[in-house]
Design a protein around this ligand. Structure first.
Ligand SMILES: Nc1ncnc2c1ncn2[C@@H]1O[C@H](COP(=O)(O)OP(=O)(O)O)[C@@H](O)[C@H]1O
Ligand SMILES: C=C(OP(=O)(O)O)C(=O)O
Ligand SMILES: [Ca+2]
Ligand SMILES: [Mn+2]
Length: 661
């Protein structure tokens, strides 16, 4: 231990230990005759700059540029550095100007990094007339920075970035605080024309290749016009055989830290060997699209081009667009490999039983998959292959409106250094976050690496699910808190994807609104819903999984008169599903929806299990039930002429599994 300010007290260098195993404290003799106020040797620095240079040890950071001498280092450090920058430069190439910008690694504020320019500044084989001023300028690349570095970048350069009292980075996402599904476009070309789901109900709004390139150029030019940009090279999918390499190019430290948390973080060795990404995002969210560009209906555009393996973001800084955009890509790539992509959370019990939690935004995937008694596999995006379930992501993205330490301790404790806190309100002095404050938005969010949840299972893979839980947040208050589903019922409800949109996650939704979103994720699926449904049915059949419908929404009346089912009760219901108790309970069948509801669930008042009991106005209950049944029927009309897989019998059973009225 170093001397204290008076230079008199220090730990014994030889580590002599005292009573409690702690090092003993010795009192040194004062140097005789000399009037020192510091008896330790002076630091080996002559200037303050030299002192600063001593502060930072050369590390093996999450970037290969400094050359970690690993098993793959056949190339010289310089070669690798050059190759990597060339790859980034190619990513940023402006299509009309043939080459990428003059990229150079490091923060322009740090002069010492500038000499690296000489290695990479001559990508142009011959100067052509297309050379523009923009290709003469340098763009500094901040490559796979660490959270600490990203904090510094955000705080220095991005308004609204602050450290909260628990160490998280509070950020503002700007004008958009939720996703913009109406502004999402997918390039329709010869391949996607046949492969994808187009038309009514589909999330895939078409754009042509040319328009995509116009927007891409706009984004790339914007990014190249900046002095520095962030590049993240990371992975998706914990299944090593189906891992996808993604590159995220963005202008904000907030976006880079968000994706650092949400995607799988490569080891230094993996990064050294990263090579060319399978998919690239250009996030120029601060810059709008041109409203006069064909297909544009606002200044926001999120454009997906599967053939080019690229996504462009203009006019929205909401970070969730990136993670959900990549999820769309997985919904295309994985089914091609016979792997089912799932908008679900996943956890595993101590005995290895696996549960999936399907549900739309705000229905409880993150909350209920984060369970202190179970291992967390992931909170939002998974793949189900022949070898089991794997998480697509490396982090979680929790809603934090009304978050409390008591109700959700694991999520609360995950909000620490490294976590991005979006759009929350905090005390200007002590930086305590007020999670009840909706001043910026109701959709406040925390993004953290999955290992911030203490019982996360790393790697995030599990065996085949035993329970498939469909979460519906019923704003009408007529669906039972829990019902056991037959396979056809599971498929009927999976294809229907009923819930209420809860305020905030999507622009323009101010209060819960009944909605149907096929596969509990219509905004992200790329193929026709029946394709995913057929895969789910055959996997559930093969592995003997049981389906459940859990209403995490209203009870005792619709939104406005009833109240949301207590999280504590929902947790008890989920516990009973996991333990197998609920499978053995006595059931009765409800009218209209024909749902099997248990007579008892441990820890839950029995009277709430039958929704009608909780309504004082029974007539209103029956009318509301009929109304919801009608909405289900109407929604399902578009699916009645579709076969689910090759099984005619199952298709008929699914059609018969809806409400009867
Ligand atoms: N009975 C309930 N079950 C689940 N979540 C509930 C319940 N009641 C209130 N909530 C709240 O609803 C929100 C669910 O959000 P979240 O778990 O992030 O959903 P998702 O991950 O599906 O988007 C949380 O803020 C949670 O506290
Ligand atoms: C990030 C999102 O996911 P979820 O609300 O399902 O967690 C979203 O829908 O924008
Ligand atoms: Ca992701
Ligand atoms: Mn979630």
């Amino acid at each position: 231990m170093a001397a204290n300010a008076n230079g008199r007290v220090s730990m014994a260098a030889n580590g002599g230990t005292g009573r409690n195993g702690l090092a003993k404290i010795h009192t040194e003799k004062k140097a005789e005759g000399i009037c020192h106020d510091d008896s330790t040797p002076p630091v080996k620095a002559q200037t303050i700059d030299e002192l600063h240079s001593l502060q930072k040890k050369k590390s093996a950071p999450t970037t290969p540029i400094n050359g970690i001498q690993g098993p793959f280092s056949a190339l010289s450090e310089e070669e690798r550095h050059k190759q990597q920058l060339q790859s980034i430069s190619a990513s940023l190439a402006s299509l009309t100007r043939e080459t990428g910008p003059n990229v150079v690694k490091g923060d322009p504020a740090k002069q010492s990094e500038t000499p690296r320019i000489s290695h990479v500044s001559h990508h142009h084989v011959t100067p052509t007339i297309s050379v523009s001023d923009s290709s003469l300028k340098f763009t500094h690349i901040l490559y796979n920075l660490s959270p600490a570095e990203l904090y510094e970048q955000a705080i220095k350069n991005e308004k609204g970035s602050f450290i909260t009292s628990s160490g998280a980075l509070a950020t503002l996402s700007g004008a958009k605080t939720g996703r913009s599904p109406k502004d999402k476009r997918v390039v329709r070309d010869q391949t996607t024309e046949d492969d994808l789901w187009w038309g009514k109900g589909s999330p895939n709004i078409e754009m042509d290749e040319q328009t995509f390139l116009v927007n891409r150029e706009r984004a790339v030019d914007y990014l190249n016009s900046l002095d520095k940009i962030f590049v993240n090279d990371q992975f998706l999918n914990w299944d090593p055989e189906n891992r996808i390499k993604v590159r995220i190019v963005s202008a904000r430290a907030y976006h880079s830290l968000f994706m650092h948390n949400m995607c799988i973080r490569p080891t230094p060795e993996e990064l050294e060997n990263f090579g060319t990404p399978d998919f690239t995002i250009y996030n120029a969210g601060q810059f709008p699209c041109n409203r006069y560009t064909h297909y544009m209906t606002s200044s926001t555009s999120i454009d997906l081009n599967l053939a080019r393996r690229e996504m462009v973001i203009l006019g929205t800084q909401y970070a969730g667009e990136m993670k959900k955009g990549l999820f769309s890509v997985m919904h295309y790539l994985m089914p091609k490999r016979q792997i089912l992509s799932l908008h679900s959370g996943c956890n595993m019990g101590k005995d290895g039983d696996v549960a999936l939690f399907f549900g739309l935004s705000g229905t409880g995937k993150t909350t209920l998959s984060t369970d202190h008694n179970r291992y967390l596999i992931g909170d939002d995006e998974h793949c189900w292959s022949d070898s089991g379930v794997s998480n697509i992501e490396g982090g979680c993205y929790a809603k934090c409106i009304d978050l409390s330490r008591e109700k959700e301790p694991d999520i609360w404790n995950a909000i620490k250094f490294g976590t991005v806190l979006e759009n929350v309100v905090f005390d200007e002095h002590n930086r305590e976050v007020d999670y009840t404050d909706k001043s910026v938005t109701e959709n406040t969010r925390a993004s953290y690496p999955i290992e911030y949840i203490p019982n996360a299972k790393i790697p995030c893979v599990a065996s085949h699910p035993k329970n498939v839980i469909l979460l519906a947040c019923d704003a009408f208050g007529v669906l039972p808190p829990v019902s056991k589903l037959s396979l056809p019922q599971t498929m009927y409800h999976f294809i229907s994807g009923y819930t209420a949109l809860v305020a905030g996650t999507e622009e323009g939704i101010k209060e819960p609104q009944a909605t149907f979103s096929a596969c509990f994720g219509a905004a992200f699926i790329m193929l026709h819903p029946t394709k995913y449904a057929a895969m789910l049915a055959s996997k559930m059949q093969k592995h003997g999984a049981t389906g459940w419908l859990v209403n995490t929404g209203w009870s005792g009346g619709r939104y406005g008169s009833g109240s949301r089912i207590k999280l504590a009760y929902t947790r008890k219901i989920i516990d009973a599903i996991h333990s197998g108790c609920l499978l053995k309970a006595d059931y009765k069948k409800t009218e209209v929806f024909g749902l099997e509801i248990p007579m008892e669930v441990e820890g839950v008042p029995s009277e709430i299990l039958e929704p009608m009991n909780t309504w004082s106005d029974k007539k209103a209950y029956k009318e509301t039930l009929q109304k919801l049944a009608g909405l289900f029927k109407k929604n399902f009309e578009v699916f009645v002429n579709h076969k689910i897989g090759k099984d005619n019998k199952l298709t008929e059973e699914i059609l018969a599994a809806g409400p009867i009225y």
